[in-house]
Design a protein around this ligand. Structure first.
Ligand code: KG4
Ligand code: ZN
Length: 364
């Protein structure tokens, strides 16, 4: 039996400053504390995350976040075995703040430093929450990411496909903005959709006619904008029912695309002959009840277990970074003071990094 490892994790790649302590072994670890200080209030007036504001806030808050995480875990730095930090991908100023803070802590304590890919943090979360065995299929779907990953090992990821433009969370947020609903858009669009007719507006299901698991959501956004403008021009305004129908029709299109692409990804995954097939979802959009329900059906049809980590560990947090660091550290891998912050860092080294970056940062 291997000995427990205790890792402190730091996360600052987007608009959440976070620190956490995780203890255990690969596939059998628990979260001793997880502190997340969101910044949505700082960015609310700007309609998206402002990188410079985010970076300054991270630099100001990381040390108190770390102190809180240690305090809540009942531990001190002397109980920690290594310091894990998000080294990318993300908004570079924020990533730099975290890497510099972790380097400072490492230099001051002599503790080893472990650089972590933020996407690996998300992708390995089902091992932290449910001890899921490799290989499993992961759909990461949030405001900044959207991709299918075949997870074969702690550092063995194959990207089966993903968005070629916007992430679905961005499309939900934009939809809410266009319809005058509150941010974040996902929950408000989901709520409005409950009383809407999903068939009233036949929005496009992009890329379903093409093979593979790639997706596109920017055309859907434009279709919604055009339909809204046509309704407004026709009747000089939107009724509550129009709003509900637009939300329901938009959500139905996203659900259809994710369901069909997931079915295809599950087909590819089946070729791995997993002993106990698992589809795991993570990311803020995985909170959507309509999306969850359809993915559960698609998984059941493929005799695959469906799992979604609790929402607090699905969205950005530092427990996932501490845990991904634990997996690396258990393999004897550490970094030194040459660790660099990377704005782009694709998990799958065989797939080219995507060009362009959205309001929430790099879409690796
Ligand atoms: O993972 P997350 O907290 O942050 C990053 O994007 O990194 O995801 C936030 C995104 C937002 O775009 C938000 O609108 C979306 O997740 N979201 C939802 C729901 N709850 C949050 N989208 C659809 N339905 C929801 N219920
Ligand atoms: Zn994330």
């Amino acid at each position: 039996m291997s000995t427990d490892l205790t890792l402190l994790g730091l996360e600052s790649s987007c608009d959440d400053t976070a620190a956490a302590v995780v203890r255990g072994t690969p596939g059998n670890a628990s979260v001793l504390s997880s502190v997340v200080q969101g910044q949505s209030d700082l960015h609310a007036d700007f309609g998206g995350v402002v990188p410079e504001i985010a970076a300054r806030a991270h630099a100001e808050r990381l040390d108190t976040c770390v102190a809180q995480a240690l305090d809540q875990s009942g531990l001190t730095l002397s109980d920690i075995d290594a310091i894990a930090v998000t080294a990318g991908p993300g908004l570079i100023g924020g990533v730099l703040s975290g890497v510099m803070c972790a380097k400072g802590l490492s230099a001051g304590t002599g503790l080893p430093l472990v650089g972590v890919n933020h996407l690996a943090g998300h992708a390995l979360t089902p091992r932290l929450t449910d001890g899921i065995a490799f290989p499993y299929l992961m759909l990461l779907v949030s405001g900044g990411h959207c991709q299918f990953l075949l997870v074969r090992g702690p550092q063995d990821f194959s990207r089966l496909g993903g968005t070629i433009d916007d992430a679905p969370g961005e499309a939900f947020d934009k939809t809410a903005r266009l319809l005058g609903l509150p941010q974040p858009g996902g929950p408000s669009v989901q709520k409005a959709a409950e009383t809407g007719d999903p068939k009233r507006f036949p929005f496009p299901r992009p890329l379903l006619d093409r093979p593979g698991c790639d997706m596109s959501f920017s055309g859907l956004k434009t279709a919604l904008l055009r339909t809204r403008d046509a309704l407004v021009a026709e009747k000089t305004g939107l009724t509550e029912q129009d709003r509900a129908d637009l939300c329901a029709s938009f959500q139905a299109a996203v659900v259809d695309v994710l369901a069909e692409k997931t079915r295809r990804a599950l087909d590819i995954y089946a070729a791995e002959n997993p002993a106990e097939p698992v589809l795991a979802v993570a990311g803020g959009v995985a909170a959507n009840t309509a999306i969850r329900a359809r993915l559960e059906t698609v998984s059941a049809n493929a005799a695959t277990r469906f799992t979604a980590p609790p929402l607090a560990l699905c969205t950005d947090n530092a427990a996932m970074i501490a845990y991904a660091g634990l997996e690396r550290f258990a393999l004897g891998q550490t970094d030194d003071m040459t660790l660099v912050a990377r704005p782009r860092w694709p998990l799958d080294r065989t797939s080219p990094a995507m060009l362009g970056s959205g309001k929430k940062g790099a879409k690796a």
